[in-house]
Ligand binder design. Structure first.
Ligand SMILES: O=P(O)(O)OC[C@@H](O)CO
Ligand SMILES: [Mg+2]
Length: 243
């Protein structure tokens, strides 16, 4: 007897979500290209090229953690220290960060969640100084966040993919919030892993160049936040005026 047809794919039942945590770099703000350009420039000095497989390992992490990966993966031990790498890229990033733009779909979603009184916050591997530079022209967007946890926060012992930053962010909402009730928005594999390690649901909005094999841990993958449907996660749907 022929094998019975495979059962129709069981629709993924979305967890009831009450709170939202946004990653920042590459998700809210278009800052990842700045890191790429600067890292390409530094590598060119050593006659090497920067590629997306290295980028995928570095993004989302604390600065020093991503610097160690950069030096090690590029075989620059003894030639460039992680601290030296951070120092060299700092000068170039200082001028670039204040020019960063808000990514497509972000304003509509954040305004919608704010109007719908869904508590939301930011959890970013960026440290305070970089956070200030990146957000200096986007005060209105960040004013809607209940709080922000940054990479140099004392509670964040280990950076993404460890769950520390998302668990710290969950604790700073009003009242006790179960991780299972939290939806995280992320762009990086390290961030998606951190959210899953924290017991949360996660929507991934990866750069189109990110290898597909690094996108399978997320609960949902979108090519842009413009494709996010709040009703799928139990939030009020966008009003036609918000479309
Ligand atoms: O805001 P996130 O994505 O955590 O990034 C921080 C920094 O490591 C850039 O990759
Ligand atoms: Mg990110």
């Amino acid at each position: 007897m022929a094998n019975p047809p495979l059962a129709a794919a069981i629709p993924r039942i979305r967890a009831p979500i009450t709170h939202v945590i946004f990653d920042m770099d590459g998700l809210l703000l278009d800052t990842e290209p700045f890191y790429t350009v600067v890292q390409e420039k530094i590598l060119a000095r050593f006659g090497k090229t920067f590629d997306w497989s290295l980028k995928a390992k570095m993004m989302g992490r604390k600065a020093i953690e991503s610097a160690r990966i950069f030096v090690q993966e590029c075989g620059l031990e003894g030639v460039l220290t992680p601290e030296g790498f951070l120092e060299e890229r700092e000068a170039m990033l200082q001028d670039l960060f204040p020019t960063c733009q808000i990514l497509p779909g972000v304003k509509r979603l954040v305004n919608h969640l704010h109007t719908s009184k869904i508590p939301m916050c930011v959890a970013t591997g960026s440290h305070k100084r970089h956070f200030a530079l990146k957000t200096q022209n986007h005060g209105e967007l960040f004013a809607m966040m209940h709080h922000v946890v940054m990479g140099d926060d004392p509670e964040v012992k280990n950076g993404k993919p460890s769950p520390d930053i998302f668990l710290a962010a969950a604790k700073r909402f009003e009242g006790t919030v179960e991780p299972s009730k939290i939806l995280v928005f992320e762009d990086a594999p390290t961030g998606v892993a951190a959210a899953k390690n924290a017991g949360m649901s996660v929507v991934m909005v990866p750069d189109a160049r990110l290898d597909l094999s690094l996108q399978d841990e997320a609960d949902q993958v979108l090519s842009s936040l413009l494709d996010f449907n709040p009703a799928e996660w139990g939030f009020p749907p966008f009003a036609s005026s918000e479309e």
